[in-house]
Design a protein around this ligand. Structure first.
Ligand SMILES: Cc1ncc(COP(=O)(O)O)c(C=O)c1O
Length: 378
């Protein structure tokens, strides 16, 4: 039977079953001891004591935009080359999205393009670490400081990524993580927002549960603690928290495996003229959630993708540009040349923790065969 290599695979260690069974039958499964323990451990892992857990990456982004004070009349500079989760919550605040271009080699937002779009109404810059490769945060924070703007990092791809010697989660005003099913660290669904100060952390804790502190309800006859502003219901529960605690133990090895596989692919796919290999931003160490290659053009990509699929090698674009959706169409602009190039030529091939050396060799051989076939067919 033909080998089947998926583009994504859920990492769920068997060791999670025992603590999970225990919590499910414990009589208490909502936010509590386990989610708080996971929050503490996650903070320690990242090296930032001000990280609030929530129930998804999308919630983390929505909460960050609320904390940053987005609202009608504001302009927010963002990248269209991402998941809808980055941009729809901006729209829901009433702020206007201004699309910046991306670096066509990395897929990350292009700092000079950001600077060009700043107006007196600009409130913030939203960046996405495509594939886990960090954005040029030095340039972005320099622009933000100069114009007094907030920076929000969508780090859904970038758990375990380092920049300037520190884990992502320590550099900007708000950093949003996703623990969705196929991420390095999954709690089935979940997320986190890292902030800069204890005050903002406390506000995040309130906003994630109706503007009230859940711990203030432990007294059976009174709810202490005032509610000063309306919040959401986006806290993480103890079931997801239990999975998170267990997952975190495996993360050093899991992230290292993605990185090792990426090094192997980089070495063995070097020199193929039809393929542009991923590049890491100076000062960064990518977590390689995706291994994004670029092909000569869109038709070539279609043939190449088909040839890989015929060999059982999973592949895909994962996200497409957001500015083509009708929802955003009125804000479309025609000077996004980096987005045009990257979006029509990039493709992701497997790189994750599940690959054996044999799988990697099979992928290398498959890629070379797919290049031959795509070259003949286009
Ligand atoms: C770049 C990016 N941002 C945000 C999200 C949303 O995360 P979640 O699915 O946890 O809400 C995703 C999800 O895949 C993503 O890829």
């Amino acid at each position: 039977m033909k080998r089947q290599i998926p583009l994504f695979k859920v990492h769920m260690p068997k060791s999670v079953l025992k603590p999970l069974g225990k919590i499910l039958l414990s009589g208490y499964i909502s936010e509590g001891e386990k989610s708080h323990e996971f929050e503490k451990k996650f903070q320690e892992y990242i090296g930032n004591p001000n990280v609030a857990l929530v129930n998804s990456g999308t919630s983390a982004l929505s909460l960050a935009y609320r904390l940053a004070g987005f609202g009608p009349g504001d302009e927010v500079i963002s990248t269209p080359m991402t998941c809808l989760a980055t941009n729809e919550p901006i729209m829901l605040t009433g702020a206007k999205i201004i699309w910046a271009d991306i670096d066509k080699t990395t897929g990350n937002i292009d700092p000079p393009s950001v600077e060009k779009r700043i107006t007196p109404r600009t409130k913030a810059i939203v960046v996405v670490h495509w594939a886990g490769n960090p954005v040029d945060l030095k340039s972005i924070s320099k622009i933000a400081k100069k114009h007094n703007l907030k920076v929000i990092e969508d780090a859904a791809h970038a758990f375990g990524t380092k920049y300037d010697g520190k884990y992502i989660g320590n550099h900007s005003d708000y950093v949003c993580f996703s623990f969705q099913a196929i991420k390095h660290l999954t709690t089935v669904d979940g997320g986190a927002v890292a902030v800069k100060t204890p005050e903002e952390y406390r506000r995040a804790i309130l906003l994630r549960w109706y503007g009230n502190a859940r711990s203030s309800t432990s007294d059976p006859i009174k709810w202490s603690g005032d509610v000063m502003e309306p919040g959401y219901k986006m806290h993480m529960n103890d079931v997801n928290g239990t999975i998170g605690i267990e997952q975190l133990k495996y993360m050093p090895k899991i992230v290292a495996k993605y990185q090792k596989n990426a090094s192997y692919l980089l070495e063995h796919l070097r020199g193929i003229k039809e393929i542009a290999l991923p590049k890491t931003t100076p000062g960064g160490k990518s977590s390689f959630w995706l291994f994004t290659i670029k092909l000569p053009d869109e038709n070539y990509r279609a043939e190449f993708s088909k040839a890989l699929r015929e060999r059982g090698i999973g592949n895909g674009i994962v996200h497409t540009r957001n500015d083509n959706y009708s929802l955003f169409k009125t804000w479309r602009r025609d000077d996004l040349l980096g987005v045009d190039d990257f979006c029509s030529r990039m493709l992701n091939i497997p790189c994750g923790w599940w690959l054996t050396r044999k799988d990697l060799d099979y992928i290398v051989a498959g890629v070379k065969a797919a290049v031959r076939e795509a070259t003949l067919r286009t």
